[in-house]
Ligand binder design. Structure first.
Ligand SMILES: C[S@@+](CC[C@H](N)C(=O)[O-])C[C@H]1O[C@@H](n2cnc3c(N)ncnc32)[C@H](O)[C@@H]1O
Length: 519
């Protein structure tokens, strides 16, 4: 699971300074004598952002807040307008008795009188007979109608709860930046603004107001919900966290209420910027920066993006087929058009060639899918001379494999050979090594990989002891290592919402520790 805020963007500037630099010339916005663990500052490049107001310990909660608004994601499959859960194919169609939009059941917890649907759009949608348009719409049109529903919800707050609406308007919509992207602006105009005003008949809302809400959502919304719930939400304060490709905070949202909890993932010193990632961490710089530019409207210049080796992980590096010793890295990772060069020989590659190669390899990986052990192993073997061992595409294959060994048909734990157990251990070690650099501290990936890694280590220790290869003292040492992994995994994943798959792993880790007993 990777839950990013569907977040931020930058003002009309071309480039943006990293967190550390941004913090160099801040103007203080909040009084120092506050009890909050953060204070807001502002810089030319980043706008408003949060910094630690005192030393913070890993795991400390810095923000806990209910959402200002929740609603369907952009271009989503139909979801229940009460709880935003998706529908199983072929499930019985149930509709809100008032407005006719789909719901999961008449007993949906989101359909109470103070739930958003009943408070906000239910009656207006009925009065404007929007359901008729929804049932007549093509699948693509329907997705856009669900997207427009959240914009309408925000607009309706204006009359129902002006204070809450005011807090939404306090968020940066980056109107001037987005208006300068005609494809985006015209699409929003056509699919959301015109739809709500002309098609649905809510002409009381101005085009300007609606475009602003579109911007607030695009720039500031977080994805929330656990399967089958899929929604996006706006949160006060948390929307001020700036992006970094090696973030020092992580967040979870509670089932049903979507109450957001933001924690620091590692110790943070007073005055340090508090950051989260708006991109997928186990991606290469080219891909992360492109995503941030296209979806969040700014060019990241964080420490990781500025370093061709990505903090020594080499997770964008290509293997040099010429010298077979060196790795090919971008000369200037902040310039996506810059050449790539081998560190050991004169080989070079145009960035267009790198992009083509990566596109082709990611398509290859997608075709294999995440459940094919042999296919993924063949990919890793086949690309070993093309990509660095830590390349993000290799990491994606390794991530799937480290979970498949021990869990999938034909590879269940009792069926694994000693070699396959060793393989699982190696895959976990490779992933952990990178995660320790890119998502250090209490990150989900570290928690889940540590849990996976305890399995081969525990089995191997038992087997070696039984065969007399290791003695009791060595057995104890190895079991202590396993316990350390389980404890750390449990500590990290117990922070996840109860009922989530990650929380389930925390429970399994606890159980495994109990079963191991004292060592
Ligand atoms: C959700 S907002 C964060 C709060 C915002 N700075 C404000 O003043 O309202 C996201 C915006 O903050 C800025 N931002 C966040 N992280 C950034 C970064 N690493 N580099 C540059 N700008 C960043 C971008 O302008 C982005 O669009």
């Amino acid at each position: 699971k990777h839950k990013n805020p569907t977040q931020p963007t930058n003002h009309s500037k071309q480039d943006v300074t990293p967190a550390s630099e941004a913090a160099c010339s801040p103007s203080k916005e909040t009084p120092a004598e506050t009890n909050l663990p953060y204070r807001m500052e502002r810089s030319e490049q980043v706008g408003r952002y949060l910094v630690a107001s005192r030393d913070l310990k890993a795991g400390e909660v810095i923000i806990e807040t209910p959402p200002l608004i929740v609603g369907p994601c952009a271009e989503t499959e139909p979801v229940c307008v009460g709880c935003h859960s998706t529908f199983d194919a072929g499930s019985t169609i149930c509709r809100c008795e008032v407005c006719g939009w789909r719901i999961c059941s008449a007993n949906c917890h989101g359909l109470t009188a103070d739930g958003l649907h009943r408070q906000l759009e239910c009656i207006p949608l009925r009065d404007k007979a929007v359901e008729k348009l929804l049932t007549a719409a093509s699948t693509i049109e329907q997705k856009l109608m669900y997207e427009a529903l959240l914009t309408l919800r925000c607009m309706l707050l204006k009359g129902v709860d002006p204070a809450r609406y005011g807090r939404i308007l306090d968020m940066d919509p980056l109107n001037s930046v987005r208006q300068a992207i005609p494809k985006l602006w015209n699409r929003n105009h056509r699919e959301i603004v015109r739809r709500i005003r002309s098609e649905w008949g809510f002409e009381e809302f101005s085009e300007e107001e609606l475009h602003t809400i579109c911007g607030v959502l695009e720039v500031n919304a977080f994805e929330v919900g656990q399967e089958p719930v899929k929604a996006r939400a706006l949160f006060p304060e948390a929307c001020l966290l700036m992006h970094d490709c090696t973030p020092n905070t992580g967040h979870t949202d509670a089932p049903r209420t979507h109450q957001l909890t933001v924690r620091v993932l590692r110790d943070v010193g007073a005055g340090e910027s508090l950051t989260l990632t708006y991109a997928y961490t186990l991606q290469g710089t080219l891909q992360r920066r492109q995503h941030l530019k296209d979806e969040k409207f700014f060019l990241c210049r964080c420490r990781r993006c500025s370093d061709p080796t990505e903090l020594g992980t080499n997770c964008s590096a290509l293997a040099c087929s010429n010298c077979r010793r060196g790795y090919i890295l971008p000369v200037n990772p902040l310039d996506p058009t810059a050449e790539w060069r081998c560190q050991h020989c004169p080989s070079r590659m145009a960035c267009e060639a790198v992009v083509l190669l990566l596109d082709s390899l990611s398509r290859q990986l997608e075709t294999i899918g995440g459940n094919d052990v042999r296919g993924l192993e063949a990919f890793l073997a086949g690309q070993a001379t093309v990509l660095h061992d830590n390349h993000y595409l290799m990491l994606a294959a390794k991530h799937s494999l480290c979970e498949l060994y021990g869990k999938t048909e034909g590879y269940l734990v009792p069926q694994l050979s000693a070699e396959q157990l060793k393989r699982k251990e190696t895959l976990c070690r490779d992933l952990l090594e990178v995660a320790d650099q890119l998502e250090p501290g209490l990150s989900r990936i570290r928690g889940t990989v540590m849990y996976e890694m305890h399995v081969p280590l525990l089995i191997e220790a038992g087997q070696l002891f039984q065969c007399g290869v290791i003695q009791r003292a060595e057995l104890r040492r190895r079991l202590k290592d396993v316990q350390r992994l389980l404890r750390e995994s449990e500590r990290i994943l117990a922070l996840e919402p109860e009922g989530s798959p990650e929380y389930g792993i925390a429970e399994a880790a606890r159980e495994a520790l109990k079963n191991m007993g004292p060592v």
